[in-house]
Design a protein around this ligand. Structure first.
Ligand SMILES: Nc1nc2c(ncn2[C@@H]2O[C@H](COP(=O)(O)OP(=O)(O)OP(=O)(O)O)[C@@H](O)[C@H]2O)c(=O)[nH]1
Ligand SMILES: [Mg+2]
Length: 292
């Protein structure tokens, strides 16, 4: 069973089972609880239910389908933040992939590289995770799968130096997009977080005009903890978008709404598996359609 089906089966079936009117206290309670269970977050769940109730009264909405439609509009509205498309308006453009250990940064780079290459872009991967020897090897495997170039140095090299090299190579070779991997780091480790700020600075210094995306990769299965990570990364590296991975492994897809609301940053892609094609641009309408 796919993620959305699972979610629907677990949470949505009962809540919308009966006829619904604006006087139906039990319905509103159940709905709020269901949204919280799906990790939408307490604040957002309460807000959404309140908005729904107001609209049901003011616009005289009742009955299963009209109420669902209204709730979909409310939730989709909470996800429509900024531009969900990647900003690749310059040549080259730079994308930094950041996040805690094991969330799926390197895998997401591979998937994204492949999709961009299929769109006719020349892609260069930058092995900015120099912390483990295996990290650059892993990225190189993805560069072969996605059929794109890679710039790497030896283990322990300064990530800033690797990025510098990659940016020079990108300029010299007419590359369209540089995708830079980084080592997984805990959001509470100050020096590692400062290193991210440095990478960002190097990109701005070497390519002051270039479009720079900092994509925060979050693992959907970590639920509310993802929110805490997100806030701290946002503070240090100022992310421009979110990739939410491993949605195939959780029924708690509501975390998408919680994170977008908290950071006021668009979710740009979702990861739905380990394969090269298992990433999709995030579509708020399709998402709430599947959710409700
Ligand atoms: N099911 C599923 N697995 C995923 C997804 N994205 C990544 N993974 C898996 O998660 C694991 C970690 O992925 P990596 O890409 O190595 O994560 P990372 O953030 O680069 O990890 P570090 O470099 O160690 O910080 C791998 O086993 C991936 O196959 C996804 O969308 N769904
Ligand atoms: Mg990695």
């Amino acid at each position: 069973m796919g993620f959305w089906d699972k979610l629907k089966k677990i949470y949505m079936g009962d809540v919308f089972g009966a006829a619904i009117s604006d006087a139906d206290e039990a319905f509103f309670d159940d709905l709020e609880e269901m949204l919280i269970l799906a990790d939408v977050g307490l604040g957002t769940a309460t807000e959404a239910v309140k908005e729904l109730r107001t609209r049901m009264i003011e616009e005289k909405i009742s009955g299963q389908e009209p109420v669902k439609k209204c709730l979909r509009e409310i939730l989709a509205g909470k996800l429509r933040i900024g531009d969900p498309a990647l900003n690749l308006s310059t040549q080259p453009s730079v994308v930094l992939m950041v996040g805690v250990n094991g969330v799926g940064k390197t895998t997401s780079i591979g998937k994204l590289a492949n999709s961009l290459r299929l769109q006719g872009k020349r892609v260069l991967l930058c092995a900015g995770d120099t912390f483990r020897a295996a990290a650059a090897d892993q990225l190189e495997v993805w560069s072969n799968r996605a059929r794109c170039e890679i710039v790497r140095q030896k283990e322990g090299a300064d990530p800033g130096a690797v990025l510098f090299d990659a940016l020079q190579a990108a300029k010299a070779r007419g590359v369209d997009v540089v995708l830079c991997d980084t080592a997984g780091r805990l959001h509470n480790k100050a020096n590692l977080m400062a290193e991210l700020a440095k990478l960002r600075k190097i990109a701005s210094r070497e390519l002051p005009e270039a479009a720079l995306e900092v994509l925060l990769v979050l693992d959907a299965t970590t639920g509310q903890n993802g929110l805490i990570q997100a806030k701290q990364f946002q503070e240090i590296s100022g992310c421009t978008g979110i990739i939410l991975t491993k949605l195939d492994g959780t029924a708690k897809g509501g975390i998408v709404i919680a994170i977008a609301q908290e950071l006021q940053v668009p979710v740009k892609f979702v990861g739905l598996g380990e394969g090269i094609n298992d990433m999709q641009p995030f579509d708020p309408e399709a998402y709430v359609e599947a959710l409700i």
